[in-house]
Ligand binder design. Structure first.
Ligand code: PRP
Ligand code: URA
Length: 237
């Protein structure tokens, strides 16, 4: 995967699934590349943006649960007794507010018994340091706990959220992001070396304001139509 280190400015259409980061899994599917391109497009309006966020999160949800434990379950088919497999461990999904909310529905659609908790964090526009403003969590012990946040930039928000989830009893922790930066991956891997990270894109770098390049801008603002209320993002080309 050369996207992070090659300095190429172009958006890579088909990210590879292997990288130099040991815990990182990058989606490798033409549909994910297609969705990402339209998410990145600044002319994409919030209604379409929300649909695209749902779609790529669905692909990520499938990847991040590919290795879920299953156990035998005996049922009667209309013809005879049979043994099938069912999910053996409960699942919890924890969106990092606010933008993480745009990634929750695929998990609740796919896993009807999933528990949902919330960690509210907001990055300061000038320092890029996240402050905590809300937390409501289900029982985490014994569950696969998947933190979802579309943007992994400096990694500060993700590390804070993972710290909270660990402290609240999560042992099987996963992180799912739509777009990640090399710096964010390094910071999360350093603080939480056992946490698998699933992402749809590993982008090039952060800009001076700690936004991901090429990125897609402010995910929360684009998801909720609040771009006009926020500071205008600087363009780099
Ligand atoms: C964004 C994003 C992440 C964070 C990533 O949220 O959704 O939570 O920034 O940046 P980091 O890796 O440098 O911490 P933001 O704080 O803008 O809040 P929002 O979701 O309410 O828009
Ligand atoms: N948060 C966003 O929404 N986008 C970025 O590029 C970085 C942080």
């Amino acid at each position: 995967m050369g996207g992070a280190s090659s300095g190429l400015r172009a958006v890579r259409p088909y990210p590879g699934s292997t990288t130099k980061y040991s815990m990182l899994h990058v989606l490798n599917h033409p549909l994910s590349a297609h969705i990402l391109t339209h998410l990145r497009d600044r002319t994409t309006k919030p209604a379409i943006f929300r649909t695209l966020a749902y779609q790529v999160s669905l692909l990520l949800a499938l990847e991040a649960t590919r290795d879920l434990a299953t156990e035998d379950h005996v049922i009667d088919t209309p013809l005879e007794k049979a043994t099938g497999r069912v999910l053996a461990r409960p699942l919890a999904v924890i969106p990092i507010l606010r933008a993480g909310l745009g990634m929750v529905q695929p998990f609740t659609d796919l896993f009807p018994d999933v528990s949902v908790g919330y960690v509210g964090l907001e990055r300061d526009h000038f320092t890029a340091v996240a402050r905590s403003y809300y937390q409501k969590l289900p029982l985490l012990a014994g569950k696969r706990v998947i933190a979802v946040d579309p943007m992994l930039a400096t990694g500060g928000s993700a590390v804070q959220a993972l710290d909270v989830l660990r402290a609240e009893g999560a042992t099987e922790l996963y992180l799912v992001c739509i777009v990640s930066s090399p710096e964010g991956i390094r910071v999360v891997e350093a603080a939480h070396p056992t946490v698998p990270i699933f992402t749809a894109a590993l982008d090039r770098e952060l800009n001076d304001m700690k936004y991901i390049l090429p990125g897609l801008g402010d995910f929360g603002d684009r998801l909720y139509g609040t771009e006009a209320d926020s500071r205008i993002l600087p363009r780099h080309n």
